[in-house]
Ligand binder design. Sequence first.
Ligand code: NZQ
Ligand code: ZN
Length: 390
Amino acid sequence: MDNFTFYSPTYFDFGKDSELHAPQLIKQFGGSRILLHYGGGSIKKSGLYDRVTDSLKKAGLFYLELAGVKPNPRSGLVYEGIELCKREKVDFILAIGGGSTIDSAKAIAAGSVYDGDFMDFYQGKATIEKALPVGTILTIAAAGSEGSPNTVITHEETQVKKGTKSDFLRPRFSILNPELTCTLPAYQTAAGATDIMIHVCERYFSNTKEVEITDRLCEAILKTIIYETPRVLKNPDNYEARANIMWAGMLAHNNVCGVGREQDWASHHIEHELSALYDVTHGAGLAVIAPLWMRHVLDKNPDKLVSFAVRVWNIDYNMENPKETALKGIEAFESFLKNIGMPSSFDEIGAKKEDITHMADKLMGSKTTEGNYVKLSKEDVIKIYESAVK
Ligand code: NZQ
Ligand code: ZN
Protein backbone atom coordinates (compact mmCIF):
# COMPACT_ATOMS: atom_id res chain seq x y z
CA MET A 1 0.00 0.00 0.00
CA ASP A 2 1.30 3.48 -0.87
CA ASN A 3 1.47 6.34 1.62
CA PHE A 4 -1.59 8.58 1.57
CA THR A 5 -3.53 11.36 3.25
CA PHE A 6 -7.29 11.28 3.41
CA TYR A 7 -9.45 14.29 4.24
CA SER A 8 -13.21 13.98 3.95
CA PRO A 9 -14.88 16.55 6.17
CA THR A 10 -18.39 16.54 4.66
CA TYR A 11 -21.25 16.17 7.15
CA PHE A 12 -23.79 13.69 5.76
CA ASP A 13 -27.45 13.79 6.75
CA PHE A 14 -28.97 10.63 5.30
CA GLY A 15 -32.59 9.48 5.26
CA LYS A 16 -36.23 10.34 4.89
CA ASP A 17 -37.17 14.04 5.20
CA SER A 18 -33.51 15.01 5.71
CA GLU A 19 -33.93 17.92 3.25
CA LEU A 20 -35.91 19.68 5.97
CA HIS A 21 -32.67 20.02 7.95
CA ALA A 22 -31.15 22.31 5.32
CA PRO A 23 -31.75 25.63 7.17
CA GLN A 24 -30.28 24.32 10.39
CA LEU A 25 -27.23 22.93 8.57
CA ILE A 26 -26.69 26.14 6.60
CA LYS A 27 -26.67 28.11 9.84
CA GLN A 28 -24.36 25.58 11.48
CA PHE A 29 -21.88 26.05 8.64
CA GLY A 30 -22.05 29.84 8.73
CA GLY A 31 -24.41 30.70 5.87
CA SER A 32 -26.72 33.71 5.99
CA ARG A 33 -26.94 34.95 2.37
CA ILE A 34 -27.61 31.93 0.23
CA LEU A 35 -27.55 31.13 -3.45
CA LEU A 36 -29.94 28.31 -4.34
CA HIS A 37 -28.56 26.60 -7.42
CA TYR A 38 -30.52 24.01 -9.37
CA GLY A 39 -31.18 22.49 -12.78
CA GLY A 40 -33.95 22.26 -15.29
CA GLY A 41 -37.06 21.82 -13.21
CA SER A 42 -37.19 18.29 -11.78
CA ILE A 43 -37.05 19.73 -8.26
CA LYS A 44 -40.12 21.87 -8.94
CA LYS A 45 -42.05 18.94 -10.39
CA SER A 46 -41.27 16.73 -7.40
CA GLY A 47 -42.23 19.37 -4.83
CA LEU A 48 -38.70 19.46 -3.38
CA TYR A 49 -38.22 23.10 -4.35
CA ASP A 50 -41.32 24.17 -2.40
CA ARG A 51 -40.34 22.16 0.66
CA VAL A 52 -36.83 23.63 0.74
CA THR A 53 -37.78 27.25 0.03
CA ASP A 54 -40.58 27.09 2.63
CA SER A 55 -38.14 25.82 5.23
CA LEU A 56 -35.62 28.57 4.38
CA LYS A 57 -38.32 31.22 4.68
CA LYS A 58 -39.50 29.84 8.01
CA ALA A 59 -35.94 29.93 9.28
CA GLY A 60 -35.64 33.59 8.19
CA LEU A 61 -32.77 32.89 5.79
CA PHE A 62 -32.14 35.22 2.86
CA TYR A 63 -31.76 33.47 -0.49
CA LEU A 64 -31.36 34.16 -4.20
CA GLU A 65 -31.82 31.67 -7.00
CA LEU A 66 -29.90 30.61 -10.05
CA ALA A 67 -31.65 27.88 -12.03
CA GLY A 68 -30.94 26.27 -15.38
CA VAL A 69 -27.92 24.03 -14.84
CA LYS A 70 -27.80 21.61 -17.77
CA PRO A 71 -26.42 18.07 -17.60
CA ASN A 72 -22.71 18.38 -18.49
CA PRO A 73 -22.71 21.88 -16.92
CA ARG A 74 -21.40 24.81 -18.95
CA SER A 75 -19.16 27.75 -18.18
CA GLY A 76 -21.77 30.38 -19.15
CA LEU A 77 -24.01 29.81 -16.14
CA VAL A 78 -20.98 29.65 -13.87
CA TYR A 79 -19.92 33.16 -14.97
CA GLU A 80 -23.46 34.34 -14.24
CA GLY A 81 -23.36 32.73 -10.80
CA ILE A 82 -20.01 34.27 -9.94
CA GLU A 83 -21.25 37.74 -10.84
CA LEU A 84 -24.40 37.23 -8.78
CA CYS A 85 -22.49 35.98 -5.73
CA LYS A 86 -20.03 38.87 -5.87
CA ARG A 87 -22.75 41.49 -6.37
CA GLU A 88 -25.09 40.13 -3.70
CA LYS A 89 -22.38 39.16 -1.22
CA VAL A 90 -23.55 35.57 -1.11
CA ASP A 91 -21.81 33.60 1.63
CA PHE A 92 -23.19 30.07 1.07
CA ILE A 93 -24.27 28.05 -1.99
CA LEU A 94 -26.94 25.38 -1.68
CA ALA A 95 -26.90 23.04 -4.69
CA ILE A 96 -30.09 21.03 -5.17
CA GLY A 97 -29.76 18.33 -7.81
CA GLY A 98 -27.19 15.98 -9.25
CA GLY A 99 -23.54 16.07 -10.18
CA SER A 100 -24.08 18.78 -12.78
CA THR A 101 -25.67 21.21 -10.34
CA ILE A 102 -23.17 20.43 -7.59
CA ASP A 103 -20.21 20.81 -9.97
CA SER A 104 -21.56 24.12 -11.22
CA ALA A 105 -22.02 25.26 -7.60
CA LYS A 106 -18.43 24.29 -6.78
CA ALA A 107 -17.17 26.27 -9.79
CA ILE A 108 -19.16 29.32 -8.69
CA ALA A 109 -17.89 28.86 -5.13
CA ALA A 110 -14.26 28.94 -6.24
CA GLY A 111 -14.75 31.65 -8.88
CA SER A 112 -16.56 34.03 -6.52
CA VAL A 113 -13.50 34.50 -4.34
CA TYR A 114 -10.96 34.62 -7.17
CA ASP A 115 -9.91 37.70 -9.12
CA GLY A 116 -9.09 35.93 -12.38
CA ASP A 117 -11.12 33.75 -14.76
CA PHE A 118 -12.51 30.69 -12.94
CA MET A 119 -11.60 28.56 -15.98
CA ASP A 120 -7.94 29.01 -14.89
CA PHE A 121 -8.60 26.26 -12.33
CA TYR A 122 -9.83 23.86 -15.02
CA GLN A 123 -7.05 24.73 -17.44
CA GLY A 124 -4.28 24.11 -14.91
CA LYS A 125 -3.33 27.80 -14.79
CA ALA A 126 -4.19 28.33 -11.09
CA THR A 127 -4.83 26.34 -7.92
CA ILE A 128 -7.93 26.78 -5.80
CA GLU A 129 -6.92 28.33 -2.50
CA LYS A 130 -10.33 29.22 -1.15
CA ALA A 131 -14.01 28.89 -2.01
CA LEU A 132 -17.41 29.83 -0.66
CA PRO A 133 -18.93 27.00 1.39
CA VAL A 134 -21.23 24.66 -0.54
CA GLY A 135 -24.00 22.43 0.81
CA THR A 136 -25.92 19.92 -1.29
CA ILE A 137 -29.29 18.23 -1.45
CA LEU A 138 -28.68 15.29 -3.76
CA THR A 139 -31.42 14.08 -6.13
CA ILE A 140 -29.54 11.45 -8.17
CA ALA A 141 -27.06 8.80 -7.12
CA ALA A 142 -24.34 8.97 -9.75
CA ALA A 143 -21.44 11.41 -9.92
CA GLY A 144 -20.48 11.31 -6.24
CA SER A 145 -19.87 15.07 -6.24
CA GLU A 146 -21.74 15.23 -2.92
CA GLY A 147 -18.68 13.79 -1.20
CA SER A 148 -15.87 14.52 -3.64
CA PRO A 149 -13.43 17.41 -4.05
CA ASN A 150 -14.02 17.33 -7.84
CA THR A 151 -15.92 19.46 -10.32
CA VAL A 152 -16.19 19.03 -14.09
CA ILE A 153 -17.23 21.90 -16.39
CA THR A 154 -17.55 22.24 -20.16
CA HIS A 155 -16.06 25.44 -21.56
CA GLU A 156 -18.73 26.57 -23.99
CA GLU A 157 -16.63 28.19 -26.70
CA THR A 158 -14.02 25.43 -27.00
CA GLN A 159 -16.28 22.47 -26.04
CA VAL A 160 -13.52 21.29 -23.73
CA LYS A 161 -14.80 19.37 -20.70
CA LYS A 162 -12.27 19.32 -17.90
CA GLY A 163 -12.21 18.69 -14.18
CA THR A 164 -10.37 20.19 -11.28
CA LYS A 165 -10.26 19.33 -7.62
CA SER A 166 -9.58 20.88 -4.26
CA ASP A 167 -10.41 20.00 -0.67
CA PHE A 168 -11.87 23.53 -0.45
CA LEU A 169 -14.62 22.27 -2.76
CA ARG A 170 -15.75 19.37 -0.60
CA PRO A 171 -19.33 20.13 0.42
CA ARG A 172 -19.69 21.26 4.04
CA PHE A 173 -22.78 19.11 4.24
CA SER A 174 -24.67 16.82 1.91
CA ILE A 175 -28.26 15.84 2.44
CA LEU A 176 -29.02 12.39 1.03
CA ASN A 177 -32.67 11.40 1.07
CA PRO A 178 -33.07 8.25 -1.08
CA GLU A 179 -36.78 9.05 -1.56
CA LEU A 180 -35.77 12.04 -3.68
CA THR A 181 -34.29 9.68 -6.26
CA CYS A 182 -37.56 7.76 -6.78
CA THR A 183 -38.69 10.24 -9.46
CA LEU A 184 -35.65 9.54 -11.66
CA PRO A 185 -36.33 8.19 -15.16
CA ALA A 186 -35.05 4.61 -15.58
CA TYR A 187 -32.33 5.78 -17.98
CA GLN A 188 -30.89 8.25 -15.45
CA THR A 189 -31.05 5.64 -12.68
CA ALA A 190 -29.14 3.17 -14.87
CA ALA A 191 -26.63 5.77 -16.09
CA GLY A 192 -26.04 6.78 -12.46
CA ALA A 193 -25.45 3.16 -11.45
CA THR A 194 -22.96 2.80 -14.31
CA ASP A 195 -21.08 5.93 -13.26
CA ILE A 196 -20.87 4.60 -9.69
CA MET A 197 -19.45 1.29 -10.96
CA ILE A 198 -16.84 3.00 -13.09
CA HIS A 199 -15.76 5.29 -10.23
CA VAL A 200 -14.92 2.08 -8.42
CA CYS A 201 -13.29 0.47 -11.46
CA GLU A 202 -11.00 3.48 -12.03
CA ARG A 203 -9.57 2.70 -8.58
CA TYR A 204 -9.85 -1.09 -8.67
CA PHE A 205 -7.81 -1.43 -11.87
CA SER A 206 -4.49 -0.62 -10.28
CA ASN A 207 -0.98 -2.03 -10.32
CA THR A 208 -0.49 -1.36 -6.60
CA LYS A 209 -0.15 -4.65 -4.75
CA GLU A 210 -1.31 -5.60 -1.24
CA VAL A 211 -4.31 -3.28 -1.07
CA GLU A 212 -6.72 -5.91 0.22
CA ILE A 213 -8.85 -3.52 2.24
CA THR A 214 -9.60 -1.16 -0.64
CA ASP A 215 -9.98 -4.06 -3.10
CA ARG A 216 -12.65 -5.64 -0.91
CA LEU A 217 -14.41 -2.28 -0.41
CA CYS A 218 -14.47 -1.81 -4.18
CA GLU A 219 -15.92 -5.27 -4.75
CA ALA A 220 -18.61 -4.70 -2.09
CA ILE A 221 -19.77 -1.52 -3.84
CA LEU A 222 -19.78 -3.17 -7.26
CA LYS A 223 -21.78 -6.14 -5.96
CA THR A 224 -24.26 -3.82 -4.25
CA ILE A 225 -24.92 -1.94 -7.49
CA ILE A 226 -25.24 -5.20 -9.43
CA TYR A 227 -27.83 -6.43 -6.92
CA GLU A 228 -29.78 -3.22 -6.34
CA THR A 229 -30.00 -1.64 -9.80
CA PRO A 230 -32.35 -4.24 -11.34
CA ARG A 231 -34.46 -4.01 -8.15
CA VAL A 232 -35.03 -0.24 -8.51
CA LEU A 233 -35.60 -0.51 -12.23
CA LYS A 234 -38.34 -3.03 -11.50
CA ASN A 235 -39.74 -1.06 -8.61
CA PRO A 236 -38.63 2.60 -8.68
CA ASP A 237 -40.11 3.23 -5.22
CA ASN A 238 -38.02 0.57 -3.49
CA TYR A 239 -36.65 2.77 -0.70
CA GLU A 240 -34.11 0.28 0.66
CA ALA A 241 -32.60 -0.39 -2.77
CA ARG A 242 -32.49 3.37 -3.50
CA ALA A 243 -30.82 3.91 -0.11
CA ASN A 244 -28.11 1.34 -0.78
CA ILE A 245 -27.40 2.79 -4.21
CA MET A 246 -27.26 6.33 -2.86
CA TRP A 247 -24.71 5.52 -0.17
CA ALA A 248 -22.74 3.36 -2.61
CA GLY A 249 -22.54 6.38 -4.93
CA MET A 250 -20.95 8.46 -2.19
CA LEU A 251 -18.52 5.72 -1.11
CA ALA A 252 -17.53 5.06 -4.71
CA HIS A 253 -16.12 8.53 -5.20
CA ASN A 254 -15.10 10.21 -1.94
CA ASN A 255 -11.85 8.28 -2.48
CA VAL A 256 -12.12 5.96 0.50
CA CYS A 257 -11.72 3.19 -2.12
CA GLY A 258 -8.83 4.90 -3.86
CA VAL A 259 -6.35 5.71 -1.13
CA GLY A 260 -2.93 4.07 -1.02
CA ARG A 261 -3.08 2.89 -4.61
CA GLU A 262 -2.41 4.04 -8.14
CA GLN A 263 -5.65 4.90 -9.99
CA ASP A 264 -6.48 4.73 -13.68
CA TRP A 265 -9.15 7.20 -14.95
CA ALA A 266 -8.64 6.49 -18.67
CA SER A 267 -12.29 5.48 -19.20
CA HIS A 268 -13.49 8.73 -17.63
CA HIS A 269 -11.18 10.89 -19.68
CA ILE A 270 -12.07 9.06 -22.89
CA GLU A 271 -15.78 9.47 -22.05
CA HIS A 272 -15.54 13.17 -21.18
CA GLU A 273 -14.69 13.87 -24.82
CA LEU A 274 -17.98 12.23 -25.81
CA SER A 275 -20.11 14.16 -23.35
CA ALA A 276 -18.32 17.41 -24.29
CA LEU A 277 -18.97 16.95 -28.01
CA TYR A 278 -22.37 15.23 -28.12
CA ASP A 279 -23.87 16.10 -24.73
CA VAL A 280 -24.12 12.40 -23.92
CA THR A 281 -25.28 11.42 -20.42
CA HIS A 282 -21.96 10.76 -18.66
CA GLY A 283 -22.90 7.31 -17.30
CA ALA A 284 -24.21 6.21 -20.69
CA GLY A 285 -20.95 7.29 -22.34
CA LEU A 286 -19.07 5.26 -19.74
CA ALA A 287 -21.25 2.21 -20.49
CA VAL A 288 -19.94 2.38 -24.06
CA ILE A 289 -16.29 3.08 -23.22
CA ALA A 290 -15.44 1.14 -20.03
CA PRO A 291 -16.05 -2.42 -21.32
CA LEU A 292 -14.13 -1.58 -24.50
CA TRP A 293 -11.27 -0.23 -22.40
CA MET A 294 -11.30 -3.54 -20.49
CA ARG A 295 -11.15 -5.53 -23.71
CA HIS A 296 -8.34 -3.31 -24.98
CA VAL A 297 -6.10 -3.71 -21.90
CA LEU A 298 -6.86 -7.40 -21.36
CA ASP A 299 -3.81 -8.78 -23.20
CA LYS A 300 -1.36 -6.35 -21.66
CA ASN A 301 -2.48 -6.64 -18.03
CA PRO A 302 -5.08 -9.32 -17.27
CA ASP A 303 -4.50 -9.74 -13.48
CA LYS A 304 -7.09 -7.36 -12.10
CA LEU A 305 -9.57 -8.30 -14.82
CA VAL A 306 -9.36 -11.87 -13.57
CA SER A 307 -10.15 -10.72 -9.99
CA PHE A 308 -12.99 -8.60 -11.37
CA ALA A 309 -14.43 -11.68 -13.10
CA VAL A 310 -14.06 -14.07 -10.18
CA ARG A 311 -14.84 -11.85 -7.19
CA VAL A 312 -17.40 -9.49 -8.69
CA TRP A 313 -19.10 -11.61 -11.36
CA ASN A 314 -18.68 -15.05 -9.73
CA ILE A 315 -16.94 -16.52 -12.79
CA ASP A 316 -15.11 -19.82 -12.15
CA TYR A 317 -11.37 -19.38 -12.27
CA ASN A 318 -9.78 -21.30 -15.13
CA MET A 319 -6.17 -21.78 -14.01
CA GLU A 320 -5.09 -22.94 -17.45
CA ASN A 321 -6.63 -19.97 -19.21
CA PRO A 322 -6.93 -16.90 -16.94
CA LYS A 323 -7.56 -14.71 -19.97
CA GLU A 324 -10.70 -16.66 -20.71
CA THR A 325 -11.83 -16.09 -17.11
CA ALA A 326 -11.24 -12.36 -17.48
CA LEU A 327 -13.11 -12.26 -20.77
CA LYS A 328 -16.13 -13.94 -19.21
CA GLY A 329 -16.11 -11.21 -16.53
CA ILE A 330 -16.12 -8.49 -19.19
CA GLU A 331 -18.96 -10.27 -20.99
CA ALA A 332 -20.95 -10.50 -17.75
CA PHE A 333 -20.45 -6.75 -17.25
CA GLU A 334 -21.54 -6.01 -20.82
CA SER A 335 -24.65 -8.10 -20.46
CA PHE A 336 -25.49 -6.38 -17.13
CA LEU A 337 -25.20 -2.97 -18.80
CA LYS A 338 -27.40 -4.11 -21.69
CA ASN A 339 -30.03 -5.46 -19.28
CA ILE A 340 -30.27 -2.16 -17.42
CA GLY A 341 -30.78 -0.32 -20.71
CA MET A 342 -27.34 1.18 -21.27
CA PRO A 343 -25.85 1.69 -24.75
CA SER A 344 -22.78 -0.10 -26.10
CA SER A 345 -21.99 1.72 -29.34
CA PHE A 346 -21.38 5.13 -30.93
CA ASP A 347 -24.63 4.83 -32.85
CA GLU A 348 -26.74 4.60 -29.72
CA ILE A 349 -25.28 7.80 -28.25
CA GLY A 350 -25.13 9.81 -31.47
CA ALA A 351 -21.32 9.81 -31.66
CA LYS A 352 -19.59 9.99 -35.05
CA LYS A 353 -16.69 8.01 -36.43
CA GLU A 354 -15.28 11.05 -38.21
CA ASP A 355 -14.72 12.87 -34.88
CA ILE A 356 -12.50 10.15 -33.41
CA THR A 357 -9.14 11.72 -34.26
CA HIS A 358 -10.32 15.14 -33.08
CA MET A 359 -11.45 13.66 -29.74
CA ALA A 360 -8.20 11.74 -29.29
CA ASP A 361 -6.20 14.90 -30.09
CA LYS A 362 -8.20 16.93 -27.58
CA LEU A 363 -7.87 14.24 -24.93
CA MET A 364 -4.13 13.75 -25.27
CA GLY A 365 -3.18 17.43 -25.67
CA SER A 366 0.50 17.48 -24.78
CA LYS A 367 0.31 14.18 -22.85
CA THR A 368 2.08 11.14 -24.25
CA THR A 369 0.06 8.55 -22.31
CA GLU A 370 -3.39 8.24 -20.75
CA GLY A 371 -4.31 6.09 -17.71
CA ASN A 372 -2.11 3.98 -15.46
CA TYR A 373 -3.30 0.37 -15.30
CA VAL A 374 -2.07 0.19 -18.87
CA LYS A 375 -0.51 3.35 -20.21
CA LEU A 376 -2.44 4.13 -23.37
CA SER A 377 -0.97 5.94 -26.36
CA LYS A 378 -3.05 8.15 -28.65
CA GLU A 379 -3.29 5.19 -31.03
CA ASP A 380 -4.72 3.06 -28.21
CA VAL A 381 -7.34 5.71 -27.47
CA ILE A 382 -8.26 5.84 -31.15
CA LYS A 383 -8.62 2.04 -31.21
CA ILE A 384 -10.95 2.13 -28.18
CA TYR A 385 -13.15 4.77 -29.86
CA GLU A 386 -13.07 2.79 -33.12
CA SER A 387 -14.20 -0.38 -31.37
CA ALA A 388 -17.39 1.47 -30.37
CA VAL A 389 -18.29 1.90 -34.05
CA LYS A 390 -20.37 -1.18 -34.80
O1 NZQ B 1 -31.92 19.38 -14.32
P1 NZQ B 1 -33.02 18.59 -13.72
O2 NZQ B 1 -34.37 19.02 -14.14
O3 NZQ B 1 -32.89 18.47 -12.22
O4 NZQ B 1 -32.90 17.09 -14.34
C1 NZQ B 1 -31.81 16.23 -14.10
C2 NZQ B 1 -30.94 16.02 -15.33
O5 NZQ B 1 -31.70 16.14 -16.50
C3 NZQ B 1 -32.33 14.85 -13.85
N1 NZQ B 1 -32.63 14.58 -12.44
C4 NZQ B 1 -31.80 14.68 -11.39
N2 NZQ B 1 -32.44 14.28 -10.28
C5 NZQ B 1 -33.69 13.93 -10.64
C6 NZQ B 1 -33.82 14.13 -12.03
N3 NZQ B 1 -34.98 13.87 -12.68
C7 NZQ B 1 -36.01 13.39 -11.97
N4 NZQ B 1 -35.94 13.16 -10.64
C8 NZQ B 1 -34.79 13.40 -9.95
N5 NZQ B 1 -34.73 13.11 -8.64
O6 NZQ B 1 -31.28 13.98 -14.21
C9 NZQ B 1 -30.52 14.57 -15.25
C10 NZQ B 1 -29.05 14.36 -14.97
O7 NZQ B 1 -28.62 15.15 -13.90
P2 NZQ B 1 -27.05 15.38 -13.67
O8 NZQ B 1 -26.87 16.27 -12.52
O9 NZQ B 1 -26.42 15.77 -14.96
O10 NZQ B 1 -26.56 13.89 -13.34
P3 NZQ B 1 -25.25 13.33 -12.71
O11 NZQ B 1 -25.32 13.33 -11.24
O12 NZQ B 1 -25.01 12.05 -13.41
O13 NZQ B 1 -24.09 14.36 -13.09
C11 NZQ B 1 -23.38 14.28 -14.30
C12 NZQ B 1 -22.26 15.29 -14.32
O14 NZQ B 1 -21.31 15.03 -13.26
C13 NZQ B 1 -20.00 14.94 -13.83
C14 NZQ B 1 -20.27 14.36 -15.20
O15 NZQ B 1 -19.18 14.48 -16.08
C15 NZQ B 1 -21.48 15.18 -15.63
O16 NZQ B 1 -21.08 16.44 -16.09
N6 NZQ B 1 -19.12 14.18 -12.94
C16 NZQ B 1 -18.75 14.79 -11.79
C17 NZQ B 1 -17.90 14.17 -10.89
C18 NZQ B 1 -17.50 14.84 -9.64
N7 NZQ B 1 -17.81 16.12 -9.47
O17 NZQ B 1 -16.87 14.24 -8.75
C19 NZQ B 1 -17.33 12.85 -11.16
C20 NZQ B 1 -18.00 12.11 -12.27
O18 NZQ B 1 -17.12 11.18 -12.80
C21 NZQ B 1 -18.55 12.95 -13.37
O19 NZQ B 1 -17.55 13.24 -14.34
ZN1 ZN C 1 -18.07 9.52 -13.44
